[in-house]
Design a protein around this ligand. Structure first.
Ligand code: UD1
Length: 427
């Protein structure tokens, strides 16, 4: 079993570049199904979730070739299956992103019910309701979802109950060839959706309104493959920005659009953190104590749920009391109980967390509850007294490329270590 060991108290400063966005790359990979032929994706992060999506595509018959560390060539002319097995979907909920493209291309799909991060119910009812409105018929049997479109797809207006990222993406991809116009009302506005729409339009689709709550998809014929570069990862960037804010020494984060972190950076400024915005980069530092602020997570352009744990880590050391409200995922405070082991003072009441700032944290053995919570625990270890050991780091590997190496290059005393798995040994 591998763990990450962090020795707290060392300066962490310098420049770091972020990779392409995980949440974009996964959907772009799925979208290649829509354009039979060879699509080249650049700036693809080399992370576990991308490897899983590569396996999903291979399972469907695509040829996925790694050109270099961050470039994939995906030939989807050979796709001849529309079934995604449970073994892969259970490892990554985002594999349900192939549902829309498979329906659009073949008029059918079989996708296992999703698993993924342990952060709530995460059902896909909105995907299903939206696709049904377009003419897709569903059957659920033994944990698999069988989708068919016997009469093809016909454009209509779909009102999403919540601006779901995954449902918006699946509906966009499913409807690229639908008859007439499909309108998604209350669509998600995340930058990764804009990236997906940009690539689909480059492929020949006619999609309007990405980045607004109303997206219109005008059905077109065949799409053609393209070469596309994945947008920079705003959440990886935000994580390093939070580290700069926590440790205090300047950290320059490059390779993403600062606007994609708009509200996060404004909140950080309210917390007394200095943020300098540049062209595709920011520099974050802090010379005074962190001030408490309240945050609530919301769909973009609101405060991203994927930055909640890292920000809670900052607030745990702030002067004063902050309220953190989680509106997107019902089960995303598991990080807080691990941080308690390091001496924080956090009370959870439903989807609110009352975070009373403490003067310091102490190193402890803690368990990554999920992807962002895991990164936030490593972050906490950087300023904690003594040694922090973070277990279950496979969560971190799902979404952060070379996290330990990047931190080490910034001066952190952090390393991966192989240790015996006591649970497996039944000790
Ligand atoms: C995506 C991101 C994830 C991010 C989240 C919110 C990827 C791979 N993952 O996840 O990192 O935290 O957006 O920004 O892009 N819901 C339903 N029914 C549905 C769909 C969603 O109840 O049909 C609920 C979910 O359980 C959750 C909330 O809606 O509570 C938001 O989900 P959604 O926006 O769809 O997130 P994901 O696409 O799963």
């Amino acid at each position: 079993m591998e763990v990450i060991c962090v020795e707290g108290g060392y300066p962490v400063t310098g420049k770091v570049s972020v990779e392409g966005a995980k949440n974009s790359a996964l959907k772009l990979m799925a979208a290649t199904i829509l354009a039979p032929g060879v699509t080249t994706l650049k700036n693809v992060p080399n992370i576990a979730d991308v490897h899983v999506m590569g396996k999903v595509l291979k399972e469907l018959g695509a040829i996925v070739q790694v050109v270099d560390e961050h470039t994939l060539r995906i030939d989807t002319s050979t796709v001849d299956s529309w079934e995604t097995p449970y073994s892969l979907v259970t490892r990554m909920r985002a594999s349900t992103a192939v549902l829309g493209p498979l329906i659009a291309r073949f008029g059918k799909a079989i996708v296992a019910m999703p698993g993924g991060c342990n952060i709530g119910a995460r059902s896909i009812d909105m995907h299903i309701l939206g696709l049904e409105a377009l003419g897709v018929e569903f059957d659920v049997d033994h944990g698999d979802i069988y989708a068919t479109a016997p009469n093809g797809l016909t454009g209509t207006t779909v009102n999403l109950e919540f601006a779901s990222v995954g449902a918006t993406e699946n509906l966009i991809m499913a409807s690229v060839h639908a008859k007439g116009i499909t309108t998604i009302d209350n669509a998600a506005r995340e930058p990764e959706i804009q990236d997906l729409v940009d690539m689909l339009n480059e492929m020949g689709a006619d999609i309007r309104g990405a980045g607004t709550p109303v997206i219109e998809i005008h059905g077109v014929g065949e799409l053609h493959p393209v070469t596309h570069s994945v947008t920079g990862d705003r959440i990886e960037a935000g994580t390093f920005a939070a580290i700069g804010a926590l440790v205090g020494e300047p950290i320059t984060v490059r390779g993403f659009e600062p606007d994609h972190l708009g509200l996060v950076l404004r909140k950080y400024e309210q917390m007394g953190i200095e943020v300098k915005r540049g062209h595709r980069c920011i520099t974050v530092s802090r010379s005074r104590p962190i001030s408490a602020v309240d945050i609530q997570t919301l769909p973009f352009p609101g405060f991203p749920t994927d930055m909640q744990a890292q920000t809670m880590c900052l607030l745990a050391l702030a002067q004063g009391t902050s309220i953190v409200t989680e509106n997107v995922f019902e089960n995303r405070f598991m990080f807080a109980s691990e941080l308690q082991r390091m001496g924080s003072d956090i009370t959870i009441q439903g989807h609110h967390a009352v975070v009373r700032g403490v003067s310091g944290l102490s190193g402890a053995e803690v368990r990554s509850p999920d992807l962002r919570g895991g990164a936030a625990l490593v972050m906490a270890g950087l300023v904690a007294d003594g040694m922090t050991t973070v277990l279950d780091i496979y969560h971190i590997d799902r979404g952060y490329e070379r996290f330990v190496e990047k931190l080490t290059a910034l001066g952190a005393h952090v390393s991966r270590k192989e240790v015996p798995d006591m649970e497996a040994l039944d000790v």
